[in-house]
Ligand binder design. Structure first.
Ligand SMILES: NC(=O)c1ccc[n+]([C@@H]2O[C@H](COP(=O)([O-])OP(=O)(O)OC[C@H]3O[C@@H](n4cnc5c(N)ncnc54)[C@H](O)[C@@H]3O)[C@@H](O)[C@H]2O)c1
Ligand SMILES: [Zn+2]
Ligand SMILES: [Zn+2]
Length: 382
């Protein structure tokens, strides 16, 4: 089969690989019809994720057709069209029993620290991902779901990560009726978080980024007020001015380790890799919410970011909530929102690349060229 293969930071190729075999009775092999590139893939692409091995195939957002099933698989049959959550999870451990699918204890030798994710380095289990013609799906009776007839492929693929994660960010913010919600990051995750904030009763939604074309999308897709942080001496002071000098009720951090906005944090966090990323957007979130406010963090970090304003968060009595998104837990509600038109995920898609041109897709998405918000990838076997 053809598959995207990592060759080192900023280097990837499409190569010939063996079609993955069934390794366990509850595995399925899925022929990928559409995959996506996530902001999280950029952390891998930029060489920021520990234990990203040469030869690894990325891709944790994908849909496809069941090609083969192991002998114990009961809920899928060959030919089914399925959407696969980005988390690999067993469905029965202590954590899965509590809906903490992203924290499953059975799927990663490193499970005390992190669950398992397709195509996301050996830190999260070393499973090859779906930016390929075929992918092995463990626990096939647990993760995948049939794509409903009424759902488009582009909506379905976005429901495997970006949409549930944005929605989850808003859930973590514990939004109350009328709250002012400020979202950091106008990537696909932040845009969905902003749109979701309205669905959860927000009275005012503000989105902050520095890419004008994405802020434009925040206005059209999420009906948000927008602020370009490069236009203010201090975006936190501006947020205070905007909120009667109290601060927002809720902040959602949808930027993560590669945040711009602080030269020192950027150099030490993303260039020299002396810490687990630049926590500047997190610090802005801490400073922008009022005392007693809540922050939902979905931006991804390495284990140890430095100079996080933890003492300020404590003194302000903030609630910080965070996790990798337990995707499947979000699906019932999100299916309703997509069906009713409250959420239109496919409006985020700006680019579609054949798998053979995926290196170009990563480059354009990484460099934020050509108005790129969400790039999809189409393998030819699909
Ligand atoms: N927790 C999860 O389950 C989960 C799932 C998916 C993605 N993520 C993470 O969410 C984050 C966003 O993902 P995405 O796909 O939207 O990525 P993206 O790269 O498309 O978007 C990030 C946005 O943040 C903006 N930004 C940079 N610095 C900023 C700052 N200081 N303040 C405000 N905005 C700033 C960028 O310009 C960009 O528009 C990433 O860190 C990704 O790894 C987490
Ligand atoms: Zn992702
Ligand atoms: Zn589990």
């Amino acid at each position: 089969m053809r598959a995207m293969v990592y060759r080192g930071p900023y280097k990837l190729r499409v190569e010939e690989k063996d079609v993955p075999p069934i390794e366990h009775p509850n595995d399925a092999i899925v022929r990928v019809t559409t995959a996506a590139i996530c902001g999280s893939d950029l952390h891998l692409y930029h060489g920021l994720m520990p234990d990203t091995r040469i030869g690894h195939t990325f891709g944790h957002e994908f849909i496809g057709v069941v090609e083969q099933v192991g002998p114990s698989v009961e809920r899928l049959t060959v030919g089914d069209r399925v959407m696969v959550p980005f988390n690999i999870f067993c469905g029965s451990c202590w954590f899965c029993a509590r809906g903490l699918y992203s924290n499953c204890h059975n799927v990663n030798p490193n499970a005390t620290a992190v669950g398992a994710i397709y195509g996301y380095s050996h830190t999260t289990g070393g499973y090859d991902g779906g930016q390929a013609e075929y992918v092995r799906v463990p626990f096939a009776d647990v993760g995948p779901t049939l794509i409903p007839d009424w759902m488009s492929d582009e909506d379905a693929v976005l429901l495997t990560d970006a949409v549930p994660t944005g929605y989850f960010g808003a859930q973590l913010g514990e939004i109350a009726e009328g709250d002012t919600v400020v979202v950091f990051g106008a990537g696909p995750v932040g845009l969905v978080a902003a749109r979701s904030a309205w669905l959860m009763g927000a009275g005012r939604v503000i989105v902050i980024d520095h890419l004008e074309y994405r802020l434009e999308k925040a206005r059209s897709f999420a009906q948000a007020e927008t602020f370009n942080f490069t236009e203010y001496d201090d975006i936190v002071v501006e947020m205070k001015k905007q909120t009667d000098f109290l601060g927002a009720d809720v902040a959602i951090e949808a930027v993560g380790a590669e945040a711009d906005g602080s030269f020192l944090q950027h150099v030490t966090g993303t260039k020299l890799k002396l810490q687990g990323g630049s926590p500047i957007a997190l610090n802005w979130a801490i400073d922008s919410v009022r005392k007693g406010g809540t922050i939902g963090v979905v931006g991804a970090y390495g284990p140890v970011p430095n100079a996080v304003k933890f003492g300020d968060a404590l003194n302000k009595g903030l609630t910080l909530r965070m996790n990798q998104c337990p995707v499947k837990r979000q699906w019932p509600r999100l299916f309703e929102h997509v069906k009713s038109g409250n959420l239109r995920p496919s409006e985020l898609v700006t680019h579609r690349f054949p798998l053979e041109e995926i290196a170009e897709g990563y480059h354009i998405f990484s460099a934020k060229l050509d108005g790129c918000i969400k790039p999809l990838v189409q393998p030819s076997a699909g």
